[in-house]
Design a protein around this ligand. Structure first.
Ligand code: DGJ
Length: 386
């Protein structure tokens, strides 16, 4: 009896080791949209990802998803030297077991992004926060800090940004306009659209602070950090300068594309320009990406149209932007990183990583089935891309 049990154990161990070995074969290329295993052979669970590079190591932070999209675990972190083979570093920011915490289990924690503050020597994690049992109505941004890139991050607080402060690009007339009539306009009517562009929701939320849903953060060459988020009922992007410690908002902020309905912002810099890629507003469903450029983070931002080209460009290859990563040590080499959401089973959402090129000062993204960054060689191009 004892021997047969041991034998069985050995068999189980051997066969599971066999599966592991098969799954954890060293990855040599990116396979957009395919299941992606970490080095232990487990599926990578890091959606709405943000990336940070330090000392030869990339860190991938993302939403741990279960079947539904509520936060049950928190923000996961993985590390890699080559962007292909990722090691699970555990939970960077854990949900709280305290029911009164803003980040209690069952809240919504989305699009985590980490930046490093050279002055305070702290890693700063920003994320979109929705309070438990309130759907998406809280529209807040949360911040947490750590002494290590892999955490544990300690939750600091959440904000409705820029309470009591007008945007820089707001006129005196816009500040003093009366909202009462306009707040009664039906959504999606022309009157409503005009009122919105003229700052209806900025005035409505002036005291409480502006809404903040899909977001990202960006550190400029001069170490100034910016928080970029969908606001005004997701109709308008706001870009805000953060304080020197990256933990709070200054009084400097602008509205971008009023009424433009941009979500999923991803920002990077190349040459003389700051670039931004966003999506439109269709929930978990994909839509056509948009792109913009500016000479300053505070704008003005110029619209450049859909950066995706070729088949399925109208749905951004069935994905939605989350980050654009400059590859270390390679001039003008960027990876467009996006989520292919699966609302029927969120943990099976996929990652779509594609090369992003700058052509005539505009970003361009093309689908490729399999590609290899190290060799700068496309392994198997689609018919349409040959
Ligand atoms: C689209 C956003 O980009 C996602 O991060 C998520 O908030 C979904 N909407 C929720 O519907």
């Amino acid at each position: 009896m004892y021997i047969s049990n041991v034998f069985l154990l050995i068999l189980i161990f051997a066969s599971s080791a066999g599966v592991q070995a098969q799954l954890s074969v060293k990855k040599e290329s990116f396979l957009p949209g395919k299941v992606w295993y970490d080095v232990d052979g487990d599926t990578i669970n890091a959606h709405g990802g943000g990336f940070y590079y330090q000392d030869g190591i990339y860190y991938w932070y993302g939403e741990h998803k279960s079947r539904n999209s509520l936060a049950e675990v928190g923000v996961r972190v993985y590390s890699s030297k080559d962007l292909l083979n990722w090691k699970n570093e555990g939970v960077a920011l854990a949900v709280s077991t305290d029911a009164s915490s803003e980040i209690t289990s069952g809240s919504v924690i989305e699009r985590p992004k980490v930046i490093y503050n050279k002055k305070t020597r702290k890693y700063v994690l920003w994320f979109h926060l929705e309070l438990k049992d309130r759907g998406y109505e809280a529209a807040r941004t949360g911040v947490a800090v750590s002494d290590s890139p892999v955490g544990p991050f300690e939750y600091v607080k959440s904000y409705r940004p820029n309470a009591g402060v007008w945007p820089q690009n707001f006129s005196e007339h816009q500040k003093t306009k009366e909202n009462a009539t306009e707040l009664r306009y039906e959504w999606w009517t022309g009157e409503w659209g005009k009122a919105l562009e003229d700052g209806l929701y900025v005035r409505r939320d002036f005291e409480e602070g502006q809404m903040s849903r899909d977001m990202t953060v960006f550190v400029d060459d001069d170490n100034k950090a910016y928080h970029i988020h969908s606001s005004e009922e997701n109709q308008t992007l706001h870009i805000s300068l953060l304080t020197d410690d990256y933990l709070d908002f200054t009084d400097t902020w602008v509205r971008v594309q009023p009424g433009g309905q941009n979500e999923a912002p991803a920002v990077f810099k190349s040459g003389d320009y700051y670039y931004m890629v966003t999506s439109g507003l269709t929930g978990w469903d994909p839509n056509a990406a948009r792109s913009f450029r500016a000479k300053s983070m505070l704008g003005p931002w110029e619209s450049l149209g859909n950066p995706a080209k070729g088949k399925d460009a109208d749905v951004t290859f069935n994905s939605q932007s989350t980050f654009i990563l400059p590859v270390e040590g390679r001039k003008d080499t960027f990876i467009f990183m996006a989520d292919r959401w699966n609302p029927k089973n969120h943990k099976d959402g996929r990652y779509v990583w594609l090369p992003l090129a700058i052509k005539n000062n505009s970003p361009e993204i093309k689908w490729i089935d399999e590609w290899n960054l190290n060799e700068r060689r496309y392994v198997r191009q689609t018919e349409s891309e040959k």
